[in-house]
Write a protein that binds this ligand. Structure first.
Ligand SMILES: NC(=O)c1ccc[n+]([C@@H]2O[C@H](COP(=O)([O-])OP(=O)(O)OC[C@H]3O[C@@H](n4cnc5c(N)ncnc54)[C@H](O)[C@@H]3O)[C@@H](O)[C@H]2O)c1
Length: 349
């Protein structure tokens, strides 16, 4: 299958690109190369005859349409997005432009191509979204997000992703475009951009800096190893039912404080400090405005319909992640110079 993957130079998109090429798919990686992108993430497949790169901004409808015409993909996996909640608080405009208007441009280009090809049944537009569209859960761990949970986004980022989900469903209902959607919980793993919680904790720990925890650290996230997410995405693309959405999660709920303490324990073992524990560097900072209390995914549908389940436990995944950062200093050092990285963002008033 020939896949057009948007955002393939980012964290999750690059995992999808690497796995898709390994599975023998042709892949066109379409990415604008924003501050969050790094082509080193796909260096392992860059020389493959199955791989092509297009530097295109999805806000540019004409450029998107031209790329679709040049490559005529069989399926689109749409991951390109502005993805950092804190940046969406400081500058929501680009989240609307990329996540909403960019998705609209892709839907129109995909629809045009699909109609020109004679509406092939096997064509897919796969929209990769987040569990954050569902809002915030209570502390009661028996309550989780299902595919039927009403949308209730609470940050500019999640609202822009919710908008794009609605557009994708509308293009299916109105024009018949064969779409699938996925809403995934928090990812972690290699190539995670060094402004997100887990890399920030690892890299600040190694630098002897404070380990910032928003609020009291009680916010709960459901963590999924990025390679498992990429595997789930390729499963849904190939076997998911048209018009349907699938929640993807690792069933690994951890409070932010528990997560940071686990990372400190792994670092204490793999890179011990001369004295004391990395946990001594933990520092509680002002909470994020509108910080959702808890996210948790009920993955029953993807498990029962498609037989997908994660392969990596959170303990194993975090250990692999720490080992990856310890072994790939050149990768993360280069990204730490980019605008906004290492600074506290998203604190209003
Ligand atoms: N990171 C998570 O935990 C998580 C969880 C669930 C869903 N998602 C979704 O998965 C997708 C990928 O997330 P990620 O964490 O890999 O993001 P990321 O920020 O690491 O990568 C985003 C990529 O999109 C590209 N991009 C941004 N704006 C663009 C534009 N206008 N035109 C073309 N390319 C553009 C960037 O250059 C970058 O390569 C996003 O849609 C996100 O909403 C992420």
């Amino acid at each position: 299958m020939k896949l057009l993957v948007t955002g393939g130079a980012g964290f999750i998109g690059s995992a999808v690109v690497r796995q898709a090429v390994a599975q023998g798919h042709e892949v066109v990686n379409l990415d604008a190369l924003t501050y969050a992108a790094c082509l080193d993430n796909v260096a392992s497949v860059a020389a493959s005859p199955l791989y092509a790169f297009e530097q295109v901004d999805i806000r540019d409808a004409a450029a998107v349409e031209a790329a679709f015409a040049r490559h005529s993909p069989d399926a689109v996996m749409h991951l390109a997005a502005e993805s950092h909640v804190d940046r969406s608080i400081d500058g929501p405009g680009v989240f609307i432009e990329t996540n909403v208007m960019g998705t609209y441009n892709l839907l129109q280009a995909a629809r045009g191509l699909w109609e020109d090809k004679g509406r092939p049944e096997g064509f897919r537009f796969h929209h990769i979204s987040t569990d954050e569209v569902f809002g915030s859960l209570p502390a009661d761990r028996s309550v989780k997000f299902t595919e039927d949970t009403p949308y209730d986004p609470r940050s500019p980022y999640s609202a822009s992703k919710a908008s794009s989900d609605h557009l994708v469903r509308a293009w299916h209902e109105t024009y018949g475009l064969p779409v699938v959607l996925t809403n995934c919980s928090n990812n972690y793993g290699p190539y995670h951009f060094p402004e997100k919680l887990i890399p920030v904790i690892i890299l600040n720990a190694l630098a002897g800096k404070p380990l910032p925890i928003y609020g009291d650290g009680s916010n709960v996230r459901d963590w999924l190893y990025v390679e498992d997410h990429a595997d789930a995405l390729l499963t849904v693309l190939q076997r998911g039912r048209v018009g349907r959405s699938y929640n993807i999660g690792g069933e690994n709920e951890r409070s932010n404080l528990e997560l940071v303490q686990t990372l400190c324990g792994i670092l204490d073992e793999l890179r011990p400090k001369p004295a004391g524990s990395y946990a001594d560097q933990i520092s509680f900072v002002t909470d994020r405005p509108g910080h959702d209390a808890r996210y948790a995914i009920d993955p029953t549908r993807i498990r029962d319909e498609l037989g997908w389940r994660p392969s990596v436990t959170v303990e194993e995944g975090l250990r692999r992640t720490v080992q990856w950062y310890l072994g790939n200093e050149a990768w993360w050092r280069a990204l730490q110079d980019r605008a906004g990285v290492g600074k506290r963002l998203g604190v209003t008033a």
